[in-house]
Write a protein that binds this ligand. Structure first.
Ligand code: ADP
Ligand code: MG
Length: 583
């Protein structure tokens, strides 16, 4: 049987899950992990690696790697790596393709359909870019769902008989989302959602990197430009320090050389948890606003919420937990692993789409996270002022939704109206996001106030369609909004699919070896000179065996390398055979 997989395509980590045997189940990648870092790397020979090996490579060769490209979805910005240029959807499609291959290996058959999650606050362009990424990976995207909604589905699936209000607070690598929901007799109703699409754990790491650089007399932007290798390695160090604050008061950051090398005698900078809290205070403050907005929109006080649920890796930070605890006056819950809960929920959504019997008593409704409308003009005395925003679909309306409004011409004999379509909450369009336009022509000439109907339809994927018509003539104009510059014809999509198909992945069966090689290359500079020789020799033998491709002889060499690493006290999280999940 063919499954619809659920995919959490994250800024930092992605994962894939499938619903089978009556429950959602995570899929392991070629390294035996459930999380696949959303990093793409191009090896010297041009082959592509995705995930853990690319993350190793990013430290030593940042110019051959791309990460955090989710932040560029829906924009026209491209990324170049190893001299090649990719768009954000193309890079995302490589991550999706890698997950798809893992799913095919785990499920033993082709995987062609998926549910993909996006931050609730993703706008129309970003959602379309995500859908496009799916298509480029050869996946039919059955549904785009909001990440906090997916998280809610995981909680709702396991607690469906409850009668309670939950708030889901999701702080990932790059985005922040808050969703308030009600569970009642198997019905999961999303009441309100709010968020920020540029706030996440990576910003906290950046603050730490900037602090350390400042102590060295450098600004982050200049350093990134002048000494990218130093910054790439320093970012790894700061990521480690940030995680250390979970248990430690003090973290030590080693300062790499300009060439990115981390010497044994590297300069060490101490950062206290308090100092970290201070530099990231502004980020923490920004968490409050969307939480307040989601509560206000729902007319709910913090004390009326039954469960406060944390999702996303960055909610592990003590400063984030403290803020949430303080806002709600109670301990937040984290029943499911915050890294996995969105992916699991995507699989529950896939089960709902596939009409799986295990979820036939569940119903889920979601909302439109922002207001959608058009630009209109206002008449003051003898003056016409344009630039005003008239909402058609208000934020937090249950979806799917279709609303119609009528608008009139402004001047006598006006036969055309150019509808400017916006998303946002401001009274003036200049402060909102323009999604597109639709020209209505052939309006019968007459006095001002000739009517046209404008219908906004917002579907379950969060994608907007605008339709206009002239009641008098019945003529209709339709636009499925497209990001002007990013819009591709079917032929162009097909060409892009072909181009990406030509991208060769490092063979899946051997990629765990490539990861080990890249790992050792990353850490070899940190090994004391006396011991480095042994490691170098073993690594060379390993590389030679990889090149020779003799699997039998190879296993012994690989084992040898792992033994050397462990004798040096270097931890390596090697592939483990997983116990069989089915029984
Ligand atoms: P996304 O869904 O955006 O890919 P994740 O939910 O996987 O993000 O969270 C990734 C973020 O969580 C990263 O910025 C990472 O640094 C942060 N993170 C993960 N574990 C910890 C931890 N123990 N302490 C602090 N931050 C953490
Ligand atoms: Mg996430």
């Amino acid at each position: 049987m063919e499954y619809v997989v659920g995919i959490d395509l994250g800024t930092t980590n992605s994962l894939c899950a499938v619903f089978r045997n009556g429950q959602p189940e995570l899929i392991r990648n070629a390294h035996g992990d459930v999380l696949t870092p959303s990093v793409v790397g191009i090896l010297q020979d041009g082959q592509v690696v995705v995930g853990a090996p690319a993350k190793e490579l990013r430290v030593t060769s940042p110019d051959r790697c791309a990460s955090a490209f989710k932040r560029l979805m829906g924009t026209n910005r491209n990324v170049s790596l190893a001299g090649k240029t990719f768009s954000a959807p193309e890079l995302s499609s490589l991550v999706l393709r890698s997950l798809r291959e893992d799913a095919e290996a785990a499920l033993g058959g082709p995987v062609t359909e998926a549910v993909i999650t996006v931050p609730a606050y993703f706008n129309d362009f970003q959602r379309k870019a995500t859908k496009h990424a799916g298509e480029l990976a050869g996946l039919k995207v059955r549904r785009i769902i909001n990440e906090p909604t997916a998280a809610a589905l995981t909680y709702g699936f396991h607690d469906r008989d409850a009668d309670k209000k939950l708030i889901i607070i999701d702080l990932g690598g790059g985005t922040f989302d808050v969703t308030l929901m009600q569970i009642f007799e198997g019905t999961l109703e999303i009441i309100s959602t709010a968020g920020e699409s540029f706030l996440g754990g990576e910003d906290f790491t950046d603050r730490l990197v900037a602090t350390v650089l400042k102590q060295l007399g450098m600004a982050l932007e200049t350093a990134e430009h002048k000494t990218p290798l130093l910054v790439a390695r320093l970012r790894e160090e700061c990521e480690r320090a940030k995680r250390a604050f979970l248990t430690e008061e003090l973290a030590v950051v080693r300062v790499p050389e300009e060439n990115g090398e981390l010497r044994e005698d590297a300069k060490r900078i101490k950062v206290s948890r308090e100092a970290f809290a201070k530099v990231s205070g502004e980020l923490v403050e920004r968490l409050r606003k969307p939480i307040g907005k989601a509560l206000r929109d729902a007319g709910t006080g913090p004390d009326e919420v039954d469960d406060v649920i944390l999702v996303g890796g960055a909610t592990r930070m003590p400063i984030v937990r403290e803020t949430v605890r303080e806002l709600f006056g109670r301990e937040p819950l984290c029943t499911f692993n915050p890294d996995e809960v969105v992916g699991l929920g995507a699989a529950v959504q896939a089960a709902l789409i596939a009409d799986d019997a295990a979820v036939d008593d569940m119903v889920m409704t979601d909302v439109c996270p922002f207001t959608l409308g058009i630009e209109t003009a206002k008449q003051f005395a003898h003056q016409t002022m344009d630039g005003y925003y008239t909402p058609i679909i208000h934020r937090n309306t249950t979806i799917p939704v279709s609303r119609e409004e009528f608008f009139g011409t402004m001047t006598a004999s006006q036969t055309e109206i150019l509808l400017q379509i916006y998303q946002g909450e401001s009274r003036r369009v200049k402060d909102n996001l323009k999604l597109g336009e639709l020209k209505v022509t052939g309006i019968p000439a007459g006095p001002p106030g000739q009517q046209i109907g404008v219908r906004f339809t917002y579907d379950l994927n969060g994608i907007l369609e605008v339709e206009a018509y002239i009641p008098e003539t019945g003529r209709r104009f339709v636009t499925v909004l497209t990001n002007h510059a990013r819009h591709m014809s079917e032929a162009e999509v097909a060409a892009a699919v072909e181009r990406l198909r030509a991208v060769k992945f490092y063979p899946r069966d051997d990629v765990k070896n490539q990861r080990l090689l890249l790992f050792v290359e990353r850490i070899i500079g940190e090994v004391p000179p006396m011991e480095r020789q042994t490691l170098e020799e073993t690594l060379t033998a390993f590389e030679a065996a990889m090149a020779a491709g003799d699997r039998e002889q190879f296993a012994a060499v690989r084992q040898g390398l792992l033994v050397v690493l462990s004798s040096l006290g270097i931890e390596y999280d090697d592939y483990r055979e997983q116990p069989d999940a089915e029984n």
